[in-house]
Design a protein around this ligand. Structure first.
Ligand SMILES: [Zn+2]
Ligand SMILES: [Zn+2]
Ligand SMILES: [Zn+2]
Length: 253
C-alpha cells in the first residue's frame, strides 16, 4: 500500500489568503498546505479520501491516471468542493465514479451538486454512484475498509481503516469503542489543527495524546492551520514516531 498526503491544510489552506504571518510567508514547501485529503493505492486499486477544493491540483500533481472510488469523511466544503472534477475520470474510464459516505453526507452532496443528480443532465457533468455507509465494515473493489466514527463538535465523521493504515480527520473526540478499531494500526494519520483549544478539532497536545494511545509505528498530523507554527519548528518538539504531514508525502506500508 502507498498512501499519499494530497493536502495537509485546514479549511482555508496555508497560506491563508491575505495573511502575512511567518508561516504564511514561509518559503519552506512543507508550509504550503492544500486542503486535507489523501490518496491510497492498494493491490492495484486507487482511492481518494475526500475531494476538497484543491482536488484537481492535487491529482494533477500526483499524475493520478486511475481513480476507482471516493470515500467521504464528512460533508464540510473543504472536503467536498472538488467533486465536479471526478468527471475527468469518467471521461478516461467510461465508468461512473463510486462514492461512499454516510447517508447525511450523500444527501448534502445531492443538494450542493444538484446538477450531477438531475434527471436530465447537461452533457459533460460528472457521473457518480452513491453508496451509503453504516458504521460497519464494507468493501470497495474487493478491498476491506472499516469506518471509524469520530465526533467533529456535534457532527459525526467517518475515519477509515484500510489494512494497517488509519485515517482520522476533522475530529475532537473518539470513543473508547471506536478507538478499539484503530488499535494495532501501523500508520496513523490524524487531525492536529493548532495549539489553542478549538471547538471541533484536536489541538497539537490532544493529537499527540491520541497518537500515544494508538502507539502506531508512524503517526502523521494533518488539517494543520497556519497558527500551528513553522513545520520545521513544530517537528522538533514532537516524539520521533510523530511527524507533521506535508503535501505530497508518500508513506509505504
Ligand atoms: Zn476540514
Ligand atoms: Zn498566516
Ligand atoms: Zn470539517
Amino acid at each position: 500500500m502507498v498512501i499519499t498526503l494530497l493536502g495537509t491544510g485546514t479549511s482555508s489552506g496555508v497560506p491563508l489568503i491575505g495573511c502575512l504571518c511567518d508561516v504564511c510567508r514561509s518559503v519552506d514547501f512543507r508550509d504550503k498546505r492544500l486542503r486535507t485529503s489523501a490518496h491510497i493505492s492498494v493491490d492495484g486499486r486507487s482511492f481518494v479520501i475526500d475531494t476538497g477544493p484543491d482536488f484537481r491540483q492535487q491529482v494533477l500533481r500526483l499524475n493520478l491516471l486511475q481513480l476507482d472510488a471516493v470515500l467521504f469523511t464528512h460533508e464540510h466544503k473543504d472536503h467536498t468542493a472538488g467533486l465536479d472534477e471526478v468527471r475527468a475520470y469518467n471521461f478516461r474510464s467510461g465508468q461512473d465514479m463510486p462514492i461512499y459516505g454516510r447517508p447525511t453526507v450523500l444527501a448534502q452532496l445531492q443538494r450542493e451538486f444538484a446538477y450531477i443528480f438531475a434527471e436530465h443532465k447537461y452533457p459533460g457533468t460528472p457521473h457518480v454512484v452513491l453508496n451509503e455507509l453504516r458504521n460497519e465494515p464494507f468493501e470497495v473493489c474487493g478491498i476491506p475498509i472499516t469506518p471509524i466514527e469520530v465526533m467533529h463538535h456535534k457532527l459525526p465523521v467517518f475515519g477509515y481503516r484500510i489494512g494497517d493504515f488509519t485515517y482520522l480527520t476533522d475530529l475532537n473526540y473518539i470513543s473508547d469503542e471506536e478507538l478499539e478499531k484503530v488499535k494495532g494500526t501501523k500508520v496513523l494519520v490524524v487531525d492536529a489543527l493548532q495549539r489553542q483549544a478549538h471547538i471541533s478539532h484536536f489541538t497539537l497536545d490532544q493529537a499527540v495524546a491520541l497518537a500515544q494511545r494508538v502507539n502506531a509505528d508512524r503517526t502523521y498530523f494533518v488539517h494543520i492551520s497556519h497558527k500551528l507554527g513553522l513545520h520545521n519548528d513544530v517537528e522538533k518538539e514532537l516524539p520521533a514516531t510523530i511527524r507533521l504531514g506535508y503535501d505530497g508525502l508518500q508513506i509505504q506500508l
